[in-house]
Design a protein. Structure first.
Length: 344
């Protein structure tokens, strides 16, 4: 993120846009729904088929920043606290880009977000010609299960990671465009590559969906653990809730805290001792010195390597679900970091 003065940076962008033919841009937002607002704009001005100026600006939204967006982008509410609002940025940005070709990956979403913000400020709607690298990618890789920016970079052998930050996404979109426009014929992927792409897309989609769901679930909850914290290394991430097996036989321990309680637990490495997964590694979860249960084999695989060999102190939650209340059952969910990808 630029540390330049927002006023100077915006006016420099407006001035540079007078020498540009196109703009590659991206927005980061508070979500994807009708109430979403822009929190970052990144733009790469293009003149004579080459980048001539970069603009990157955080924008303070009028709403709280969902935890899932922080997980996705790394942008926090404190990052936005001293940033200008949309009323400062959007009108001048729209004025600067009106003569330009708009380029983006799924550019219709970003144009819609500009028009949402502009409409709230009384600005005329953007209706420029546009070029969408996602549409180009679908045409050049017709059987690709996903044409997300990250997947298109993989298909084009661009060895970079999508950061979900506006200016880096704009730069990567420009890189993809340079390769896509020089492809003479569509490429049909072999079956094994299609399957691998489908798997990666499913994992990415699951991670993102989980992040949004978690942010909604946690938004109005006090997640401070209510019991004494044990000694040990602390891992207090709340990205993935994992069911603890065997918890129902320890109702006396769990019922002391009740539904919707957040708790410190200790987590250690162990082995599943019975059933179809006998001998499989697992993580054992103990509350107040009592082993409550273990996580299933599949979840251990998805989170392998996240808990050090000596174990860790982590957070767990007793869900307040209607089904559990009606049956009088208390369950425990261990709060874990994001699932590993298969390449990890």
């Amino acid at each position: 993120m630029s540390t330049a003065d927002p006023i100077e940076q915006l006016w420099s962008f407006v001035a540079a846009a007078g020498n540009a033919d196109a703009v590659v841009f991206d927005t980061e937002t508070t979500g994807i729904g009708d109430d979403a607002r822009i929190i970052e704009i990144g733009a790469l001005l293009i003149g004579d088929d080459a980048p001539i100026y970069e603009y990157d600006q955080l924008i303070q939204p009028p709403t709280r920043l969902p935890a899932g967006i922080t997980e996705l982008t790394g942008i926090t509410e404190s990052d936005l606290a001293d940033q200008p609002d949309a009323g400062f940025v959007i009108p001048q940005f729209l004025t600067a880009i009106r003569p330009l070709l708009l380029i983006g990956h799924n550019v219709s979403f970003d144009i819609r977000m500009l028009n949402v913000e502009g409409g709230l400020l009384g600005c005329r709607e953007v209706s420029n010609d546009s070029l969408d690298t996602m549409t180009m990618s679908r045409r050049m890789f017709p059987n690709a299960p996903s044409c997300s920016l990250q997947e298109v970079m993989r298909l084009l052998d661009i060895n970079e990671i999508e950061e979900h930050r506006a200016i880096s996404d704009a730069r990567q979109t420009w890189q993809c465009l340079q390769q896509l426009k020089h492809m003479k014929d569509p490429v049909v992927l072999p079956d094994d590559e299609v399957e691998e792409s489908r798997r990666r897309h499913a994992m990415t989609k699951r991670r993102r969906t989980n992040a949004y769901m978690r942010s909604s679930y946690l938004s109005n909850r006090n997640t401070t653990p209510v019991n004494a914290k044990p000694d040990g290394m602390v891992i207090d991430q709340f990205v993935s809730g994992v069911t603890v097996s065997g918890d129902t036989v320890h109702q006396d321990v769990l019922s002391r805290y009740g539904y919707d309680a957040w708790l410190w637990v200790t987590v250690s490495h162990g082995i599943i001792e019975s059933g179809k997964n006998t001998g499989h590694p697992t993580l054992c979860v103990a509350l107040d010195g009592v082993e409550i249960g273990r996580i299933p084999a599949l979840q251990e695989e998805r989170h392998r390597g996240q808990v050090p060999p000596e174990g860790a102190v982590m957070v767990a939650h007793i869900p307040n679900s209607k089904a559990d209340r009606e049956s009088g059952i208390y369950r425990l969910r261990l709060q874990m970091p994001a699932e590993n990808s298969r390449e990890d």
